[in-house]
Design a protein around this ligand. Structure first.
Ligand code: ADP
Length: 492
């Protein structure tokens, strides 16, 4: 037999456990990154929006300063207000009056040079970054207010720059307010670094729990694989330990049931081979013995030996046919249909009548429909009837009947033959088990094992009652067979 289970191990990729775990982790990691990333971006946008509002309010204040003009106080104490004379003085006034808040800085640029800085303490200074000053000057060459982000020597800045001009003065003055973006986003960044650490720990926890749980769930499959690779033609008695009530343990259960059947089939196959070898030896020995002693010159002896050889060959043919049935029956599932028992009884009785030579009686008749394989049950029943005819005297009465008892139906045949001694009743169901050595009736000893196998295939059995005044053989089949679709109908 080709052993496909214990073949050389093929190169394997990732284990199922690793694949389950990696895909779970991948999905979890993508989920955590997407949710964290989206929340971060939304929060960052909000912060920048608030900064922009702050910057715009500074420009608004600058406009108010310019609109307010310059107030001069005369020697007599009277004061009057007039517009700024130069852009330089206007920027100076703005820098002096619009004070920067925290993380903010301001700058007055006159003719491309950083000229004014607030007199108050600043968190940082931007006037030293010539590149930034140059950038602002360039950006404002075409006029208009500019809101933007710049990477400078003091960090990333969000800034607003507005030109300051006074009628009659050609000086190009610019007022710049900046907010340190790095400092403003610091809190947000800290929250999200904490989120990243928590997410990382969550992934570790998922990996750990996933590894343990998938290992537990897949343990029966690992055991199944290990057991399957241990099982060979000679060690098929091992079974996979089943624990729990989930799909995987159901699989282990199914494989165990399959192994049961496999073991049964292999054991009975081996037994059958032994029995067949033993049984075929007898006719072979007989024919060989006669042929060896045969004198070909003796015509009468040749004729007698020919007849004997043919007779033995006929017996071997019958034996081979029976063996074929017996080999098939345990493995072929019955082809069940709903059968009317009374109608089956009538059909079988008609066949029995054709055997002649006895007083055939149609006995008790049960009214029921049973889910069974009509052809196989007919074959088994006729085998019992054939035995009854074979082993009971010619002309004696043989009754064929059916009856219902409990949740099973009995298909029986009763004869008035010599009966079967109590000590032999178990043996007649064994292959080649015969009791009639002294009765001079030929047979293979395979008839009853075939009947028993057919009954077993229907979850049933064969019952025997026997005394020296006759025997009753019955095929007992449960009517509540869970073969699906069964329905018993009693008709009174
Ligand atoms: P075979 O009839 O070919 O010998 P079976 O398996 O049909 O094989 O029967 C086994 C034995 O059981 C028979 O040899 C016979 O001794 C006994 N037996 C079977 N049926 C009857 C019966 N109706 N009456 C008496 N003996 C029987």
């Amino acid at each position: 037999m080709r052993n496909r289970i214990a073949g050389a191990p093929r190169g394997r990729g990732w284990s199922v456990r690793a694949r389950i775990l990696s895909s779970t982790l991948l999905v979890a990691a993508i989920g955590l990154c997407l949710s964290g990333g989206a929340a971060y971006l939304v929060q960052r946008d909000r912060t920048i929006g608030a900064i922009d509002e702050r910057l715009e309010s500074r420009v608004e204040l600058a406009r108010l300063v310019i609109a307010g003009g310059v107030t001069t106080v005369a020697a007599d104490g009277s004061s009057h207000t007039h517009d700024f004379a130069t852009a330089t003085s206007a920027v100076h006034e703005i820098i002096a009056r619009v004070l920067p808040g925290s993380n903010e800085s301001a700058l007055g640029i006159v003719d491309g040079t950083a000229t004014f800085i607030p007199g108050v303490e600043l968190d940082y200074k931007v006037e030293d970054d010539a590149a930034f000053v140059q950038r602002v000057v360039t950006e404002l060459r075409t006029g208009g207010v500019k809101l933007g982000t710049a990477v400078t020597t003091v960090g990333t800045l969000r800034y607003i720059a507005t030109p300051v001009s006074v009628t009659g003065d050609a000086t190009r003055a610019i007022y710049v307010v900046t907010v340190n973006l790095d400092a403003e986003l610091n809190d947000l960044n800290q929250v999200f670094s904490t989120y990243a650490v928590v997410a990382l720990f969550s992934l570790l926890a998922i990996a750990l729990v996933g590894w343990v749980v998938s290992g537990r769930l897949l343990r029966p499959i690992r055991e199944l694989r290990a057991t399957a690779s241990r099982i060979t033609a000679t060690a098929i008695d091992e079974r996979i330990p089943v624990s729990g009530r989930d799909d995987v343990s159901a699989l282990a259960d199914t494989v165990n049931t399959m192994l049961d059947r496999l073991e049964l089939a292999m054991t009975s196959q081996r037994q059958l081979l032994d029995d067949v070898r033993h049984e075929l030896m007898t006719p072979i020995t007989i024919v060989r013995g006669h042929l060896e002693l045969l004198d070909p010159a003796q015509e009468e002896e040749v004729r007698a030996t020919r007849l004997l050889a043919l007779d033995e060959l006929d017996r071997m043919t019958g034996l081979v046919n029976d063996i074929e049935y017996l080999a098939e029956t345990p493995v072929i599932a019955p082809d069940r249909e709903s059968v009317d028992i009374a109608e089956l009884q009538a059909a079988v009785f008609a066949k029995a009548l054709a055997m002649g030579n006895h007083e055939w009686v149609l006995g008790e008749s049960a009214t029921a429909r049973v889910w069974l394989d009509r052809a196989r049950i007919t074959q088994a029943w006729l085998q019992l009837i054939d035995n009854a005819a074979k082993y009971s005297p010619a002309g004696s009465r043989i009754t064929i009947g059916t009856s219902l008892s409990g949740d099973s139906v009995q298909l029986w045949v009763r004869d008035r033959g010599p009966g079967i001694p109590a000590e032999s009743r178990a043996r007649i169901f064994e292959r080649f088990g015969r009791v009639d050595a002294g009765r001079g009736i030929r047979g293979s000893g395979l008839g009853l094992p075939i009947v028993a196998a057919i009954a077993r295939a229907h979850d049933g059995r064969v019952d025997v009652e026997s005394s020296d005044s006759g025997s009753r053989f019955a095929i007992v089949i449960p009517t509540s067979a869970d073969a699906g679709g069964y329905a018993q109908e009693e008709h009174g």
